[in-house]
Design a binder for this molecule. Sequence first.
Ligand code: SAM
Length: 206
Amino acid sequence: MSSHHSSLKILAGNKTIGLHPEVYVPSDDSMLLAHHSRTLSRGKVLDMGTGTGIQAIAAAERAKKVLAVDINETALRLAEKNARLNHLSKKISFRKSDLFSAIKPSEKFDLIIFNPPYLPTSNSERTSGILDAAWNGGKGGREVINKFLRQFAQHLAPGGALLMLHCDLADTGKTVKALTASGFSVRIIDEIKVFNEKLSVLLATY
Ligand SMILES: C[S@@+](CC[C@H](N)C(=O)[O-])C[C@H]1O[C@@H](n2cnc3c(N)ncnc32)[C@H](O)[C@@H]1O
């Protein structure tokens, strides 16, 4: 694997975000969610699947502490660099984790942010390499989402909330139903159409 580091950067609000060829490039989904990550953050925040760190960095403005995790180590290194670039390293810590595998049951968060891999793909469509994990949602786009939905609630502090980006290609209604069935009240707080996709921002609270 090449150790080439791209010096490409993008602007997200007032933040500068460096990119890397092996890390998910912030797209319309990221930008839509980042606005809410910034305004809704407080206390302890978890950014699941941090990628470039864009949500963690947006959240760090108002949060006390942010934990950013990803399954992709290159993403974690890039996110750490981006936190430094925006003078937010003191507030954000980084950890490699496959969903909640490296997060202790005793670790609780006031806000959990997740922009999941959500594209429905069959095995034959899978690309090799770590970037695949950035967008490949598996069967129906829901493999990672379903696993996440079974695990996140035990990591919410009392009064905590889930802020999640959802694409209709992965069946937003199904996620709303699953959350409602486990006792959350769910609001769609933002929505945009990009080509053939509808992107929604879900806020789930108890
Ligand atoms: C759609 S990208 C979102 C990146 C970033 N949060 C953003 O908004 O631009 C999904 C991210 O989730 C990570 N990811 C995929 N599966 C994961 C898993 N099982 N555990 C942790 N992170 C995962 C990917 O590596 C990728 O960085």
